[in-house]
Design a binder for this molecule. Sequence first.
Ligand code: ADP
Ligand code: MG
Length: 352
Amino acid sequence: MSAITMRELTKVYPGGVRALDALDLEIADGEFFALLGPSGCGKTTLLRTIAGLEVASGGSVRIGERDVTNLPPGKRDVAMVFQDYALFPHMTVRDNIAYPLRIKKVDRRSRGSKAADTADELGLSGLLERRPGQLSGGQQQRVALARAMACHPQVFLLDEPLSNLDARLRLEARTFLKRLQRELGVTTVFVTHDQAEALALADRIAVMEGGRIRQVGTPTEVFRRPANTFVAGFIGSTPMNLIDARVRGDELAVARARLPLPDDARDRVADGERLVYGIRPEYLDYSPTAVPGALTGEVVVVENLGSVSLVSLDVPTDDAEAGDAAGDPGRTSVQVVVPEGGEPEPGDTGWA
Ligand code: ADP
Ligand code: MG
């Protein structure tokens, strides 16, 4: 059993930064769990507190049946991969990978062969006799991964382990990590600030902000049903459009557009109520000709994203409905994903 349970976990650093704020979280046994959030939201602190490298200021951490809140790191049976690798510079790759096995008193021969097997799986076979200083950043990161994997811990803690790999290796390492985690069934907590990585890899995701969890769910849940505008704005390859709106009978007034209220929203809102309407840029269709009831405005920016373009429309709103959730009343910016070949020019009028 290696579920991880955190109860009212709090970390206040000397100087008063509250990096974890009475955080409650349960990670299931064998789960591949992503901690996602912007820089400074407390992801590394949470991982280090689970590992025992930081002492909690309050609350508790359990791993399986054990309360590990006051145990030293060596007694927790977790392995952590650090964002800055933390390899031993004077040891070879082989000895770095084998190090935790040595601590566990595995005999020299099986240490060597286990290290070689793990190195092989991560594409490091040719580098076993090198020292970290003779490796690229990406190779060092893979040695750090291999070192954590070699000792088969109950819990695997990864702090942005792919962030220093180039795009192609990163995809490969991602697939490899996912497959390995499935095979080993080890509870894995994976920190990233990259929402695409979290969506692609995780069984479940916790979205963090300011030392708290804003939502926990499967990738589909946090993508399809974000619990708040913070999560809505953070998840997705382009930020979700968040537009002030007002309920008008059976319709929703969004800027000057009128949309039918979804069935599941009808019971939850009152006539005249103000709310924020969220729609992803990829779910809007762009039209260069008038569409009745659609959002309309002037094209201000066209960004080429490769196979699609991201078009920004400057959309006037009736004063009564007042603008952008975050910005100017009276105007709102609406992003639309437009397929290749259909891009407008700045200055055009468009409908979405
Ligand atoms: P993340 O990994 O999400 O970027 P961190 O856990 O590193 O966030 O940091 C969370 C907050 O705690 C930040 O405000 C950061 O500046 C602060 N912090 C992190 N480590 C320390 C430390 N050793 N001493 C004081 N403040 C720290
Ligand atoms: Mg960090």
